[in-house]
Design a protein around this ligand. Structure first.
Ligand SMILES: [Zn+2]
Length: 171
């Protein structure tokens, strides 16, 4: 089952594409995005609703989308999952016991306060102890990580090297 919706509820602001639910995963979803993009007005930002995974953001930008919104980074954080480069699917489960004595930052490339001040071991302890501070620090990191990713994407586009950057990022 696949459905999609192009909305123009507010003709002055943006063109929104949403309700892209498929039984066949991201590949089919992005095929639909490719079909829809030529029909969107050039002069408006293009908003892809409900997409928030790092690789999906990159693929969405590659197909001409400008804006995204999704509960993914905060939902992930509530479950002790932290976004990080060099990790499978760009995430780590800080609750796993392997992080109990892991004294590095969540992501050494991230400039957020969580990564600058706290270790994976401390976050592991907070989640194991049920301390809400763990969720706050994880949420702060995941939101900052996504914003840093989008800044990096924007910079690569401005410098005319997005395709090269995308290949490197997605590995
Ligand atoms: Zn961080």
């Amino acid at each position: 089952m696949m459905s999609f919706e192009v909305t123009h509820r507010d003709p002055g602001s943006q063109a929104r594409v949403g309700r892209l639910k498929t039984a066949h995963g991201e590949e089919e979803m992005f095929q639909v995005v490719e079909w829809v993009v030529p029909f969107l007005p050039e002069e408006k930002p293009r908003h892809l609703l409900g997409i928030g995974e790092p690789d999906d953001l990159v693929e969405g930008v590659a197909r001409g989308m400008d804006l995204f919104d999704c509960a993914f980074p905060t939902r992930l954080a509530r479950h002790g999952m932290l976004l990080a480069r060099r990790m499978p699917r760009f995430r780590m489960d800080v609750i796993k016991s392997v992080h109990a004595r892991d004294f590095g930052p969540v992501d050494p490339d991230c400039s957020c306060p969580t990564c600058q001040r706290y270790t994976r071991a401390y976050l592991h302890h907070l989640f194991k102890a049920g301390e809400l501070t763990g969720i706050r620090l994880a949420t702060l990191h995941n939101l900052a990580w996504i914003l840093q990713l989008l800044e990096e994407i924007r910079r690569s586009i401005q410098e005319g090297r997005f395709s090269e950057w995308k290949l490197k990022f997605l590995g």
